[in-house]
Design a protein around this ligand. Structure first.
Ligand SMILES: *Cc1c(COP(=O)(O)O)cnc(C)c1O
Length: 533
């Protein structure tokens, strides 16, 4: 017989080590495959905007080869602007039935007819951009790319109250780079200082818990805890903590990770009211999951003056490898105001910091400071997201905006919901559907499930006699299923996080069955112990 595992060895592991050990254990049996539901990486991806990307690339190469062709050595030139649109339209007509080509044709007319942009100049930007033959200029974001993504962001974040000429975007290497840049520039610009209090909406994606406590920042974290009894909304008493004037900023993920729930209208309104009393409060909202929700409204829409928006294309378009994200900031914002109100000594230091890039550094907007700081200021001229990345970002956004029936969104929603249903059905739980949930992740609450399956006494017995981490190791070892402990995400109750995005439906059913089997075994243990008495 196999030696029983000593779970005590795992007691002090970091969340990352814990995950690695769970995976090692889940892989340790060669007769079955591992079911890793610990990963947030989706296993679906948007194909049309990628087809369009590759077709545009082929067109752009043809354009480049119009120059120097006598050399015949694989050397091309910059695309020739004269006649570009005509040649593009001919390319579309010639190849209309090739996947991706009709998309390009429709996108071109969408740019002109719906967005009202200069389609010829847009095409130039795309063709030069996809070839990657120039440094990104402007470095913050290419002009037309920014215009298109602004429309996309305002639409998807429910912020139609803002106009595209009332905000700026900075294209970044994914949402996580955006986060790093924001933390860093807030520190460099004296917006957050060592010892400052920062409110964090919990449970949350772990880096938001870890970064503020780094030596670089030494911030004091105040958790704003969402309540599972309120279907993971923030209770009013928790949100009221933001009224404390010593709290400098509020960091949150909305819809949340892991509960996967968007903030409801009541709480949005409450936050808006609190911000009226706290006009200086800075909100940093990471809305990467916003595109999965119906009628989503970001805090960027509700409190545009106070809010730095982070959005990423990683999850919705299945594009984690592309590294595509943006930071959004309204022109009229409290961050720029706070910077101009800094003590003159601090301002002098900052003016010196940014003097190499502009003659009037005190007028440099925070969003442009982010760009400069992302390349240690001195390398500002080579900042910015690679131009082919910006082209793919534009095509992703156009795909969603042109999808009038929301067919991509509803396909993804159905896909995820079926997985969720498969898991809970096999587990034997009748989980209710919450209208605010996007179900990208699910938190399997130990007490709730045990209670539902075998009653209150059993649930209490599990909580007092079994270590939740041990349960995760057993399920990894015995069934090859990897779930992450909710505790790592500042979930207060013993729970496991399963991503619903990265395995197939039958595998979620298998996870449900494994969990059920484990529960049955524990219940057998429980009943045998209680009989003996
Ligand atoms: C997955 C995820 C991201 C995505 O980050 P990228 O760097 O864009 O891949 C950002 N924020 C949260 C909360 C996430 O869960």
């Amino acid at each position: 017989m196999k030696k029983p595992i000593d779970y005590a060895q795992y007691a002090n592991l970091s969340p990352f080590e814990l995950k690695d050990n769970l995976i090692k254990l889940a892989q340790s049996h060669t007769d079955r495959i591992m079911l890793n539901a610990g990963r947030g990486n989706p296993n679906f991806l948007a194909t049309w905007p990628r087809q369009a990307f590759f077709q545009l690339g082929l067109f752009a190469i043809e354009e480049s080869e119009m120059s120097y062709s006598y050399l015949n050595e694989g050397v091309g030139g910059f695309p020739i602007r004269t006649g570009l649109t005509g040649r593009f339209e001919a390319f579309i007509r010639r190849n209309y039935n090739t996947p991706g080509v009709s998309f390009l044709g429709k996108a071109f007319s969408y740019i002109r007819d719906q967005l009202g942009l200069d389609e010829n100049a847009f095409l130039q930007e795309m063709v030069e951009g996809i070839l990657g033959c120039n440094y990104p200029v402007p470095d913050r974001m290419l002009h037309f790319s920014e215009e298109v993504i602004k429309s996309y962001v305002l639409q998807q974040m429910g912020a139609q109250g803002l106009k595209t000429d009332e905000l700026d975007l900075f294209a970044t290497e994914g949402g996580t780079a955006a986060m790093t840049y924001v933390f860093n520039s807030m520190k460099e610009n004296g917006l957050i200082n060592k010892g400052d209090k920062i409110a964090i909406g919990a449970p949350i994606f772990t880096p938001y818990l870890e970064i503020p406590s780094l030596n670089d920042y030494q911030l004091v974290e105040v958790l704003i805890n969402a309540d599972p009894q309120l279907e993971w909304q923030y209770p009013e008493s928790e949100l009221r903590k933001l009224e404390d004037p010593s709290i400098k900023a509020f960091f949150l993920v909305n819809p949340s990770n892991p509960p996967s729930v968007k903030i409801d209208d009541k709480s949005l309104q409450l936050i808006a009211d609190i911000v009226k009393k706290r006009p200086d409060l800075i909100i940093l909202t990471d809305d990467v999951y916003g595109t999965f929700a119906d009628n989503f409204q970001s805090l960027f829409a509700i409190c545009p003056k106070n809010t730095i928006l982070v959005y990423s294309f990683s999850k919705y378009f299945g594009a984690t490898g592309w590294r595509l994200g943006v930071i959004g900031l309204a022109h009229d914002n409290v961050i720029d105001k706070s910077i101009s109100a800094l003590p003159s000594k601090t301002k002098q230091i900052l003016n010196k910091r940014y003097s190499s890039i502009v003659t009037e550094p005190d007028k440099l907007k925070f969003i442009d400071r982010l760009v400069a700081d992302s390349r240690a200021v001195a390398l500002n001229h080579t900042a910015g997201l690679s131009t082919p990345q910006q082209v793919q970002m534009v095509l992703f956004a156009l795909c969603e905006m042109m999808d009038a029936d929301q067919s991509y969104k509803s396909t993804l929603k159905n896909l995820i919901r079926r997985r969720d249903a498969a898991l809970y059905q096999r587990l034997g739980s009748s989980k209710k559907r919450d209208i605010n949930s996007v179900e990208y992740y699910t938190l399997i609450d130990l007490e709730t499930i045990c209670h539902e399956l075998y009653g209150d006494d059993f649930a209490k017995w599990i909580l007092t006699n079994k270590n939740p981490t041990e349960l995760l190791f057993r399920i990894a070892d015995e069934a090859g299923v990897v779930l992450l402990p909710g505790k790592g995400f500042a979930v207060q109750h013993p729970s496991a996080r399963a991503s619903l995005a990265n395995l197939n439906e039958h595998q979620y059913a298998a996870i449900g069955s494994s969990l059920r089997k484990l529960a049955e075994e524990y219940y057998a243990e429980y009943t045998s112990k209680h009989k003996k008495k």
